[in-house]
Design a protein around this ligand. Structure first.
Ligand code: ZN
Length: 174
């Protein structure tokens, strides 16, 4: 059987004249191999129709950008709400204190300054005491005394660690 023009028409998938179409139809009725080509062409066309339409990628990207913009907006709004809520909560917690402060700023300032001075002086005192102890204590303790002290401290530390482990283990045993 001669498939020559029909096979070429089907494979090249070119537009046919009505006359050619009629010839092809009559050939397809008697030729299975050309029918197979025609069917595969048909399947190909349907998948091409199912494929993304023109401009799909652009639309998709536009939608993506839009969604990203919405997401960013939501984030901004979320952080704004968080900040406002935090300020409101802070005001609710510290409001009475702030009002108190505003009523008598001088008192409040002297109180704060006094408190800071108290902290500073106590830190100074403690550090001085610590320095004195560090300088004085070694003179009282001999080298062998240091060894005894160290072993006692390390023994206590080990004991403490063991007791902690036992305490933490007890709930699991029960
Ligand atoms: Zn044929």
């Amino acid at each position: 059987m001669n498939h020559r023009p029909f096979e070429d028409w089907l494979l090249q998938d070119q537009p046919l004249t009505p006359e050619q179409k009629r010839e092809l139809q009559s050939h397809l009725q008697v030729c299975t191999s050309c029918t197979a080509i025609a069917e595969s062409n048909l399947a190909l066309h349907s998948t091409q129709k199912a494929a993304p339409a023109a401009g799909f990628t652009e639309r998709f990207q536009a939608r993506l950008i839009q969604r990203r913009r919405e997401q960013r907006w939501r984030q901004v709004m979320g952080s704004l709400v968080l900040v406002i809520g935090g300020v409101a909560l802070l005001y609710w917690l510290a409001g009475p204190l702030v009002q108190e402060m505003m009523r008598s700023p001088a008192e409040w300032i002297t109180a704060v300054v006094g408190y800071f001075l108290f902290i500073l002086t106590s830190i100074q005192a403690w550090s001085e005491a610590g320095w004195v102890l560090l300088r004085v204590v070694p003179n009282f303790i001999s080298p062998s005394g240091w060894i005894v002290l160290l072993s006692v401290v390390s023994g206590l530390t080990i004991l403490w660690m063991f007791s902690i482990r036992r305490f933490t283990r007890t709930p699991q045993g029960v």
